[in-house]
Write a protein that binds this ligand. Structure first.
Ligand code: SF4
Length: 458
């Protein structure tokens, strides 16, 4: 079976190389062993290729797209092509998720750019999904590292005829409010998809409404192996999505490899969530934030989470985990709904109330603290603590920003005060106040200015 990521004739080779890479990156000591005795390592791990077929180099270790085969024509070329297609797919998914609702689109665009400044390269892997649905309340797995700090499994939304009807109505209402972008989310969030015995029934309706299969991340892939195998088969037949299995121990990795063939796992990313994994990385959010030490996020949603078991809806966007936002998600509001029509109204209300297009006159205008700037006679640069930099070269931009940036950095003035100040000082800076107003709005859209919905004024 072919997919958007590979051609069927390459399936075997790519699957074998993928498994080889998983051993190297997930088994402690594997890289060192391979370096010492490559041929012995390949034999022991039943990799059916020689070393030359697998060698690659990266010009930038943070960028998978910089990978190239050392030997032209080697098998690894197909694998690299496969990984690039997966990266392209992730980018496509972010674009496809764009809401047709124009207010929501502008709000999401602003949050995406804010996250670029806040998280740098890590933001490239956030889809900023606009609608995600939960089919249980809480989660049975209880991972000690759970970045969303999911509570215990307490309720399951079963596929009764009434619930299936309500589910369809909810999906349809969301699609009407948000647009087709609503169909690029998932049917789990701070939940485990396998916890719902009727997950497949709900997904059948989801496919009917949105015309696509939602992605799965599960920490319970070994709970019912035949169920997982069937889910994998359906996913491979569809061929245009990737599933993810979280692994809590090295033993689970071993069991996964014994249970599923490399070909069965071709479209599954394995996520090692155990401390010994050489490349494991845990963000300090949710249950994993230790002793009040916070940082990062695993949230990748800039939109609505609808929980069907609780009949609640919340609006959220990723932020760096902190005392205010321990799970690395700013929850802007959370409400209960009674039925699909009520949900539709609440979504529309949340868009109106919380997705501001302009900063209010009484709000303080300040640059996010992770931004700094430099001014020279040739240009102004605004840089975040991550790699993100914006540069302005025009003389009138330099003149105006030289004056306005210190005020934004101090962040003591409200928009009205700043506007008054600019009007009084007209002429002094050599640029018209209108030009500076334009920049304030532009900075807002660029996610440079603190959004007081996310960070209320003290
Ligand atoms: S990480 Fe996922 S599976 Fe683990 S407890 Fe949290 S929600 Fe459940």
């Amino acid at each position: 079976m072919s997919s958007i990521f590979y051609d069927e004739k390459d399936l075997h080779d790519i699957a074998q190389i993928k498994r080889f890479m998983e051993i190297l990156t997930m088994v402690p000591g594997a890289k060192e062993e391979y370096k010492k005795d490559p041929e012995g390592f390949l034999l022991k791990n039943q990799v059916p290729f020689g070393r030359e077929e697998l060698e690659f180099k990266m010009t930038n270790r943070a960028d998978l797209r910089s990978a190239r085969a050392v030997h032209p024509g080697a098998k690894i070329e197909k694998y690299i092509e496969f990984t690039h297609k997966k990266l392209d797919w992730r980018d496509d998914l972010r674009n496809a998720s764009t809401p047709q609702n124009s207010t929501m689109k502008k709000w999401r665009d602003r949050q995406i750019i804010r996250c670029e400044g806040e998280f740098g390269y890590r933001n490239h892997s956030y889809i900023h999904t606009v609608l995600t649905l939960e089919l249980t309340s809480g989660c049975s797995v209880g991972c000690p590292y759970c970045g969303l700090n999911a509570g215990k499994l307490s309720r399951i939304y079963r596929a009764t005829p009434e619930n299936l009807e309500e589910w369809r109505a909810v999906l349809t209402a969301a699609k009407e409010v948000i647009g087709d972008g609503a169909g690029y989310g998932t049917c789990y969030y701070a939940t485990e998809p396998m916890d719902n015995p009727d997950y497949e029934k709900f997904v059948a309706v989801y496919r009917d409404v949105f015309g696509r299969l939602p992605q799965i991340t599960t920490a319970a892939s070994l709970r019912n192996k035949e169920r997982t195998r069937k889910l994998l088969q359906d996913m491979m037949e569809e061929g245009d999505t990737i599933y993810r299995f979280s692994l809590q121990s090295l033993e689970q990795l071993k069991e996964i490899r014994e249970t599923f063939t490399p070909e069965e796992l071709i479209l599954v990313e394995l996520l090692p969530q155990y401390k010994e994994a050489p490349d494991s990385h845990f963000v300090k959010a949710g249950r994993n934030a230790q002793e009040e030490e916070y940082g990062g996020t695993i949230a990748c949603l800039t939109g609505f989470v609808v929980n069907m078991a609780e009949h609640t809806i919340r609006l959220t966007t990723p932020v760096t985990a902190s005392e205010r936002y321990p799970t690395g998600e700013a929850i802007l509001c959370r409400e209960s709904f009674t039925d699909a029509e009520d949900l539709r109204r609440r979504m529309q209300d949340m868009i109106r109330t919380h997705m501001k297009l302009l900063i209010g006159p009484k709000e303080k205008i300040q640059l996010y603290p992770y931004f700094d700037y430099t001014v020279s006679s040739k240009c102004v640069k605004i840089m975040s603590k991550e790699y993100y930099t914006i540069r302005y070269d025009k003389p009138e931009e330099i003149l105006g920003m030289k004056e306005i940036l210190p005020l934004l950095k101090q962040g003591n003035m409200t928009k009205r005060e700043l506007v008054d100040c600019l009007q009084k000082e007209e002429g002094k800076w050599g640029v018209k106040p209108e030009f500076l107003f334009y920049f304030l709005n532009y900075f807002w859209k660029q996610g440079l200015l603190v959004d007081h919905d996310l960070y209320p004024e003290e």
